[in-house]
Ligand binder design. Structure first.
Ligand code: PNS
Length: 161
């Protein structure tokens, strides 16, 4: 059974992320969305909230699940008996950083492959940061996040005011 791990910060999950998840779900038996419990960044949503938002968004995808991880991604991948990391590439600007991470992960865990999926052109301009910026400035972000989590993002912005 081929299991892929799709890692990220997901603060919050966007339509671009969900597009990658849906496509990965067709390519692998199981997809685990792995939310980094990053202590250095100051996220808008706690790691538990980010996992919950993803779970709401993937409710119709029976072979996908979401959880959070600490530490090295490759350790988490091994823990899940997986050999594949899936990443989405939006633009050339993503490439340098993703290439560096893929090479480092390969050095630490030669049995783990990083598979890049090119983002659907409709979503290539979306990022979690853009969603947070538009939402906090009162703009319409309904096309940028999964419908299931729109109200949660709105509420979080309201609470933060
Ligand atoms: O959505 P992001 O913030 O671009 O995701 C980055 C992520 C979570 C994939 C990356 O920071 C990561 O894998 N962190 C875990 C720690 C680790 O393994 N670092 C070494 C990778 S080179």
């Amino acid at each position: 059974m081929a299991t892929a791990v799709y890692p990220g910060s997901f603060d919050p999950i966007t339509c671009g992320h969900l597009d990658i998840i849906r496509r990965a779900a067709c390519q692998f038996d199981r997809v685990i969305i792995a939310v980094l419990n990053n202590t250095s960044k100051k996220p808008m949503f706690s790691v538990q909230e980010r996992v919950q938002l993803i779970r709401k968004s993937i409710a119709d995808l029976p072979n996908c699940s979401a959880e959070y991880f600490d530490g090295l991604l490759v350790d988490f991948v091994h823990q899940k008996q997986s050999h594949t990391v899936v990443k989405g590439l939006r633009a050339i600007s993503d490439f340098e950083y993703e290439f560096q991470m893929a090479l480092l992960n390969k050095k630490m865990a030669p049995d783990v492959e990083t598979v890049f999926m090119v983002t659907n052109a409709n979503y290539s301009y979306i990022s979690s940061s853009i969603v947070k910026e538009i939402a906090s400035l009162g703009g319409d972000f309904s096309d940028l996040v999964p419908a299931e989590i729109y109200d949660d993002v709105k509420l979080k912005i309201k609470e933060g005011r």
